[in-house]
Design a protein around this ligand. Structure first.
Ligand SMILES: Cc1cc2nc3c(=O)[nH]c(=O)nc-3n(C[C@H](O)[C@H](O)[C@H](O)COP(=O)(O)O)c2cc1C
Length: 194
């Protein structure tokens, strides 16, 4: 898949089919993440791969979905088949760590898209519970989680037509994600060359 096609196709997916993941796909997502640009190349991020059936339910219970909707967590049978838990090594944490995570996670999401998978980056996480369920050592903080599965939902981006940036569902349950127009985000420069 061409890169711009993957960037356009990548949407947050919140409904999945029950088809299990190929664990190697999760592994390759981390492979893509670790090659992302990192401030001073410090690489403070660590990753946990979760695909074991008995862990999927408990980790799912720690996640919150689609804040703009009421009760839009994926129902039984439509839940993610794997998770990548994003950790930060507290000894290496610095002012750019959040930015480092952003670069790494976007690489993961685009890799998932290029493989025909769906993913959703989840920041709304019960971290204490995840730490307990997975036995994550205290030296790591839990930044966020990427939920992954085979997509069972259509989601498209569109030009923002109103004042609202809120994603919405149409009559066919297709998700629409308004993106700010080029004219809104390109700021004209007023050069002064002295
Ligand atoms: C840092 C971050 C945290 C997010 N946390 C959540 C979350 O907790 N639950 C959720 O359903 N979506 C979450 N999202 C997904 C956003 O809602 C989504 O990216 C946004 O609505 C735009 O849709 P798109 O990803 O399809 O372009 C998060 C996205 C980012 C970048």
């Amino acid at each position: 898949m061409d890169l711009m096609e993957a960037i356009g196709k990548r949407r947050s997916i919140r409904r999945f089919s029950p088809e299990p993941l190929n664990n190697y796909d999760l592994y390759e997502m981390v492979q893509a993440a670790r090659l992302a640009p990192q401030a001073a190349n410090i690489q403070p991020i660590r990753y946990c791969l979760v695909h074991q059936q008995p862990l999927l339910g408990p980790v799912f219970e720690c996640t919150k979905w689609a804040g703009y909707f009421e009760n839009y967590a994926p129902p039984e049978g439509h839940r993610p088949q794997g998770y990548v838990v994003i950790l930060v090594d507290e000894k290496l944490k610095g002012r750019w760590t959040d930015t480092d995570v952003g670069a790494a996670v976007e690489n993961m999401l685009l890799t998932a898209t290029s493989k025909g998978l769906g993913a959703c980056w989840i920041g709304s996480v019960d971290r204490d519970r995840v730490r307990h369920i997975l036995g994550i050592p205290e030296e790591f903080s839990i930044h966020s989680i990427v939920a992954v599965g085979h997509p069972a939902q259509e989601s498209v981006w569109e030009e923002k037509n109103s004042d609202s940036i809120k994603y919405y569902l149409d009559d066919e349950n297709k998700l629409h994600v308004p993106k700010r127009r080029m004219g809104e985000i390109l700021v004209p420069i007023t050069p002064h060359i002295d």
